[in-house]
Design a protein around this ligand. Structure first.
Ligand SMILES: Nc1ncnc2c1ncn2[C@@H]1O[C@H](COP(=O)(O)OP(=O)(O)OP(=O)(O)O)[C@@H](O)[C@H]1O
Length: 308
């Protein structure tokens, strides 16, 4: 279990994280989402004992990272896949980590296999690794101690679509076996397919949190018409605000009934009318996180109320 409780981190006058609280139960994947500079890395670094909170706490199983005996056997961490010695091979790097953790050498081959680096890639020097291979090696290092908890900062960085699909399967399997996964991303689409719950941070504050299903269900209605401009005018005439939408789709907070009636009243022919799901959440995510300096973002409950 990961518990972050009223975590605040200031660097001088800069507030990186402000009063952040959430928890990640065993058997689940939590997606920690936010744009660049939102405070994701700072939160994860505090959790992993790499930065000291100004106030509040971030613990695993009730203990601070530095108080965990042989922390790598409890928490697998991937914070910066580039932070490995470029002259070593993947296998050498893992053997060193295995020695530090006190796990048998055979474990190195197991994790190399698990992350798809077994064979020739394992004996290449890291300077020859692509970003995606480095991420796989970082994940292998995190898995080496057979931990119950994984903390991963932007693990999908540099992975191709097949790699992202593979990683989702790996994380899902880890959680389904009772593990706890916390992974950060600045891309909603990367995590919505695998995360059981989402915590959205912007400007150092949590702006939305809940199960992925809840957040997707409460994310509005998507509507598409042959004549987008006529549809937009019909919705405006009915007093229905449109929050965005990609391509010729519009996304709104209004119910499907209200949207359908507005379109019918204006004689607009619809091509699609459905719960917005991921597109609505994407829109919510964009509106919540667009240019929100610390202190100006509504609190999670305000967001929930606004959407109720
Ligand atoms: N060591 C530091 N000194 C001063 N300011 C810092 C430090 N580390 C982070 N910050 C600031 O804290 C804020 C949050 O940064 P953080 O790296 O946690 O965000 P992030 O969500 O991980 O962003 P990204 O997706 O770009 O990695 C930013 O404004 C950043 O400039």
């Amino acid at each position: 279990m990961i518990s972050v409780d009223s975590l605040t981190k200031r660097y001088g006058a800069q507030v990186a994280v402000s009063d952040v609280s959430f928890s990640c139960p065993p058997g689940t994947v939590t997606g920690f989402l936010g744009p660049n500079g939102a405070g994701k890395s700072t939160t994860l670094r505090a959790l992993c004992g790499l930065t000291t909170p100004t106030s509040g706490s971030a613990v695993v199983g009730g203990r601070r990272f530095r108080d965990l005996p042989n922390a790598g056997r409890t928490v697998g961490v991937l914070l910066d896949a580039g932070a490995q010695h470029a002259g070593r091979t993947g296998r050498e790097s893992l053997r060193l980590s295995a020695a530090v953790l006190g796990v048998p050498r055979t474990r190195v081959d197991e994790v190399l296999e698990q992350v798809g680096l077994a064979g020739r890639p394992a004996d290449k020097r890291l300077r020859q690794y692509s970003l995606g291979m480095r991420q796989r090696l970082g994940l292998a290092t995190a898995l080496l101690g057979d931990p119950q908890v994984l903390v991963l900062d932007e693990p999908a960085n540099g992975l191709d679509p097949e790699g992202i699909f593979w990683m989702r399967g790996l994380l899902r399997g880890f959680a389904d076996r009772g593990g706890t996964v916390l992974l950060s991303s600045h891309l909603l689409r990367e995590v919505e397919a695998v995360a059981d719950q989402l915590v959205v941070i912007a400007g150092g504050r949590i702006v939305a949190a809940g199960t992925t299903q809840e957040l997707l269900a409460g994310s509005g209605t998507l509507v598409r018409a042959r004549d987008r401009a006529a549809l937009a005018a019909a919705l405006a005439a009915a007093g229905i605000a449109v929050g965005g939408g990609s391509g010729d789709a519009l996304v709104t907070d209004a119910t499907a009934d209200a949207v359908g009636e507005a379109a019918a009243a204006a004689g607009v022919v619809l091509r699609e009318l459905r719960p917005a799901g991921g597109e609505g959440l994407e829109e919510l995510f964009r509106s919540l996180t667009a240019g929100s300096p610390a202190g100006t973002v509504p609190a999670a409950q305000q967001v929930q109320e606004a959407r109720a």
